[in-house]
Write a protein that binds this ligand. Structure first.
Ligand SMILES: [Ca+2]
Length: 136
């Protein structure tokens, strides 16, 4: 079950807390099918013609360069990084939280990017019982 709010943006930590308060976690993407489901869900729920930036559960807050899923603590296996990402760089700021970014003008087509955790973005939560259903 995936869930997102179409009018709520939050920094990564607030987004994670928001998911937990609903008995969920920021979404994990462990294979191509998960990735396809997430992007289809986001494209349907949000207006992504210009830009969609969505927090997912991956981060390297614990150890720079080692990305793990917040829901399980497991290392990220399947990835869909944009070329030259993750780069841990946003001016003077470090990037430790992962977004799925669709921004055709900037050549982002649903790829992953490490981004600044305190920036506010949309986010997707997932109920973590291995039973994935559409939320309607
Ligand atoms: Ca980056």
């Amino acid at each position: 079950m995936l869930n997102s709010s179409t009018n709520l943006q939050a920094n990564w930590h607030q987004a994670s807390d928001h998911c937990k308060s609903s008995g969920m976690e920021l979404v994990s993407i462990t294979n191509q099918a998960d990735y396809n489901q997430l992007t289809a869900f986001v494209a349907r729920e949000l207006n992504c013609t210009v830009l969609c930036a969505v927090w997912i559960g991956a981060n390297d807050l614990g150890s720079e360069g080692t990305f793990t899923w917040t829901a399980t603590g497991r290392r990220v296996g399947f990835t869909y990084w944009k070329s030259n990402q993750p780069d841990n760089k946003h001016g003077e700021l470090e990037e430790h939280c992962v977004e799925v970014l669709h921004h055709p003008k900037d050549n982002f087509l649903w790829q992953w990017n490490d981004s600044v955790c305190k920036h506010e973005k949309y986010f997707v939560c997932e109920r973590v019982n291995n039973c994935i259903q559409e939320f309607s």
